[in-house]
Each structure stands twice: as C-alpha cells, then as structure tokens.
Design a protein around this ligand. Structure first.
Ligand code: TPP
Ligand code: MG
Length: 313
C-alpha cells in the first residue's frame, strides 16, 4: 500500500472526459482562430494563417496530467515536471481546465471567451508562445530545450522529504546525455532526507519523426537498463486510466513508470507524421479541412463544455 491509485469508477470516467476535453483544446489551439466550438462546419477562414506547434506528444501529456491530477488532487506537496515543453498546447489546456491560467491571466475565463482567447493566442504574435515558457504558471523548466526535467525534479525535491515530484520525460529526451545521466541522481539524492521522485518515461516510440532507441529495445532490455539505475520499472500500456491508476497502486520503492502510447494517438495520422501539424494544408486542401473537422468533432467537446458555464463536472 502506497496510498496511490484510484479505483472509484466515477473518477476514472471523469479522467477520460478530462483527457478528451484537453485533447480537443490542444488541437483547437494549434489550428483555430474562430469557430472554437465547431458550431458550423470549418472553413478556411477559421484556420490560423501560420500553423506552428506540436501535436504528437499532446495526448500522452493529457493522459499523464489527468491521472496525476485525479490522484494527487490539490496536494501542495505534489508537483509535476514536464520535459517535452513542445507539448505546450497540452500543458496550457490543463492549466486552463483547472482555472490555473485564470489566476494569472484574467482573460482565460472558463467560458467561450476564455476558450477563444487561449486558442486564438496560441503561437500568435504578442500572444502565447508555442512552447512552455516562463510566462506559463508553474513552469520551472524552459520548454524548448530537452533534457533537464529529471534533474529539475531532483532539485525540487532536495531537502523536502514531504514532496512528491512526478516527471514526464520524452523517450527522445531520455537519449540526451543530460537526461540519461540524471538517472544517476537517484544514488546521490534518492535518500529519505529528500522528496520522492516518480519518473514517467513517455515511450511514444518517436523523437520527431525517427524511432527512439528505447523503442528499439526489447521490454526486457529496457527494464534491465532501468533496474541498473536502481529503479523498478512499471509498464503503463496505453492510455486507459484503469491501467494508469493500477500502475500507481502497484508502485513500491523507486518506481519508474514507462507510459507506452502511440505518438499522435486520437489524431488523423500516427507516428512520424504526427510530430507537429498533422494536416498542414487545411487552408487550401478541402479534403484535409474535412479531416480536421472530423478530428475535432470526434471529441464531442460540446458535451463537455458549456459556452457560459464552462466544463461540466
Ligand atoms: C537539447 C535539445 N535537443 C534537440 C531538441 C530538438 N527537439 C525538439 S522535439 C525533439 C524530439 C524529442 O523527442 P521526444 O522527447 O520523444 O518527444 P516527442 O518527439 O515524442 O514529442 C527534439 C530532438 C531540443 N528541443 N532540445
Ligand atoms: Mg517521443
């Protein structure tokens, strides 16, 4: 018993709804400058003139965030460190969802105006950047440069035994010397006088469009590597909250979660095509525009969000 892991069916279903909402918000930020709830079929005029952002990692971030949030609720001793800061649409979606963004930005209201505000201003001149940045509430690790997440997590936990820090590390990110060597911090800073670290490797198989080294390893080889650093590997296979919460529940000392998702999952094309903007020609290609319309419709956001009242519980 470690006190982690939710079994309550209603909460598990809320996690799924939250992931759906945040997936929609991630896509909407990437593409839309109008028609934010798809009240009419998309037209080229609804699409931003310059599409600049990253989709592929977003679903996995939303899954990890929703599951950790449900588990740790508003525990002031819990923090989440995000490695792949290019997944900013997902981070911003979650900060908007929880009203955290509203605390620092009065325009991010939980209604249609706030929805329009975060979507239109993502990756927009004088708006929000495309990556996590110091403007993002709670950001302690610069979004554009990969590799420091685990070291930052250990730093946050240093001298704070009451803290628990979950840290999401991209599988490409773990190929950087910085991230890989940070696994050795367990021997230096893993003692009882410091907080607990919950590393989560986001094994989506790709770094940009190339397969990652860790995806090329067999499960056994990867597990042995993780064990060699003194962690106990725990596989989270897929995006179901039941599996995620079971993994949290089964964790004992020094867990190292391996969250295996499909890069770009819930999007129109997967793997290597999904890293940035999966449908690049939506403004000029009616078939791609139709695919984007279907993609956004798939989340049925209107069932999750009310134009005046915001998110339904
Ligand atoms: C230190 C550093 N090197 C290279 C990059 C360029 N870069 C941006 S995203 C990315 C892929 C990282 O792979 P992964 O962590 O698996 O993220 P995913 O591709 O799954 O979104 C790379 C190499 C970077 N941001 N920082
Ligand atoms: Mg990856």
């Amino acid at each position: 018993m470690n006190g982690m892991g939710i079994t309550d069916v209603e909460t598990l279903s809320k996690i799924k709804r939250r992931v759906r909402a945040c997936d929609y918000l991630s896509v909407a930020q990437l593409y839309l400058k109008d028609n934010f709830m798809l009240e009419r079929p998309l037209t080229a005029d609804d699409i931003k003139p310059r599409l600049l952002g990253h989709w592929g990692t977003c679903h996995g971030i939303n899954v990890a965030y929703a599951n950790l949030k449900a588990n740790f609720k508003n525990d002031p001793n819990f923090s989440f460190v995000l490695g792949p800061g290019h997944g900013f649409p997902a981070l911003q979606a979650n900060l908007f969802y929880d009203g955290e963004l509203l605390k620092v930005d009065k325009n991010a209201t939980l209604d249609y105006n706030g929805l329009a505000y975060i979507c239109k201003n993502f990756s927009w001149p004088n708006g929000f950047p495309s990556h996590a940045s110091p403007f993002t509430p709670g950001v302690i690790t610069e979004g554009g440069e990969l590799g420091y997440a685990l070291a930052n997590a250990y730093g946050t936990a240093l001298g704070h035994p009451e803290k628990t820090i979950a840290v999401l590390i991209g599988d490409g990110e773990l190929e950087t010397a910085t991230a890989l060597d940070s696994l050795n911090l367990k021997n230096l800073l893993g003692g009882r006088e410091n907080g607990k670290i919950l590393p989560i490797l986001h094994l989506n198989g790709y770094k940009i469009s190339a397969p990652t080294i860790y995806a090329r390893k067999s499960e056994r080889e990867l597990n042995e590597l993780i064990r060699g650093f003194g962690f106990e590997p725990i596989l989270i296979n897929g995006d179901s909250p039941e599996v995620f919460q079971n993994a949290l529940r089964s964790a004992k000392n020094n867990p190292f979660f391996i969250m295996k998702t499909t890069k770009g999952a819930t999007g129109p094309n997967k793997y290597h095509m999904a890293h940035q903007i999966p449908l690049k020609n939506v403004r000029t290609d009616t078939e791609e525009l139709r695919q984007l319309n279907d993609w956004l419709k798939f989340y049925n956001f209107a069932e999750l969000f009310d134009k005046e009242a915001g998110f339904h519980e």
